[in-house]
Design a binder for this molecule. Structure first.
Ligand code: CA
Length: 236
């Protein structure tokens, strides 16, 4: 399930957005100011932020710039919401690092379409599309994992956390992910969970993949973290 942080000070609009997003299957957190939004992101990294431009105190624009300046939130998908339709403001929002821009009032249909487009581009693991990599097929909609080989299809049983971890690995192959990054992207939390937790779940995931000879897809990169390597030995 994708986590969306809605930063909006007008409670009626915030409520309406959150009802619609929850109905569409998103997990929603609300923040009514830049300070609340910062605290929410510091605690749990969302998959996407809907960020109102005009907030009491610090503006959404200034907040977006701050997030873009920090490594942990540099890639955080942000859709700016605003009542303004001024072209100069729109350019300002995109310059500040927003991935997209919605002018109020907007329809729920448009909002959902924009969210999906940004997620598809930036956070493929937050979507429900099936993925195939390294001879494995993972389907978030049915929550199934299978080894797909010339000898047929063999189902792989994995626990819920291992499923999310494998989903993240398969949608981000070849790259090395540190334990802190995995906590942020898979658990949504880098502060309250120990990094050793990652090792425990990677071990479980390898055990689950062992019966179909796929445990070696998850490589340990000494001193750095883990990598999903569909091609043994890393990318050519
Ligand atoms: Ca506002």
């Amino acid at each position: 399930m994708s986590r969306v942080l809605v930063v909006e000070d007008e409670s009626a609009i915030a409520e309406l957005i959150s009802i619609n997003l929850r109905h569409a299957g998103y997990e929603v957190t609300l923040a009514a100011s830049a300070d609340q939004a910062r605290a929410a992101v510091d605690a749990v990294l969302p998959d996407l932020v809907l960020l109102d431009w005009m907030l009491p105190g610090q503006s959404g624009l200034a907040l977006a710039k701050q997030w873009r300046a920090v490594a942990r939130t540099r890639e955080l998908p942000i859709i700016m919401l605003t009542a303004r339709s001024d072209e100069a403001d729109k350019i300002g929002g995109l310059d500040a690092g927003a991935d997209d821009y919605l002018t109020k009032p907007f329809s729920t249909k448009e909002l959902l379409a924009r969210i999906r487009a940004v997620l598809r581009r930036k956070v493929p693991e937050a979507l429900d599309s099936a993925v195939e990599a390294g001879g494995l097929r993972l389907d978030p909609a049915t929550r199934r994992v299978a080894r797909v080989g010339t000898d047929g299809v063999r189902e792989v049983k994995v626990g819920p956390t291992e499923f999310r971890l494998l989903h993240f690995f398969m949608t981000h192959p070849e790259r090395v992910h540190s334990r802190a990054q995995l906590l942020d992207r898979v658990w949504g939390d880098h502060v309250f969970i120990e990094e050793r937790t990652v090792d425990v779940h990677v071990k479980r995931l390898r055990e689950a993949l062992q019966p179909v000879q796929c445990a070696t897809l998850i490589e340990t990169v000494r001193g750095a973290g883990y990598r999903f390597a569909p091609q043994p030995g890393g990318a050519p």
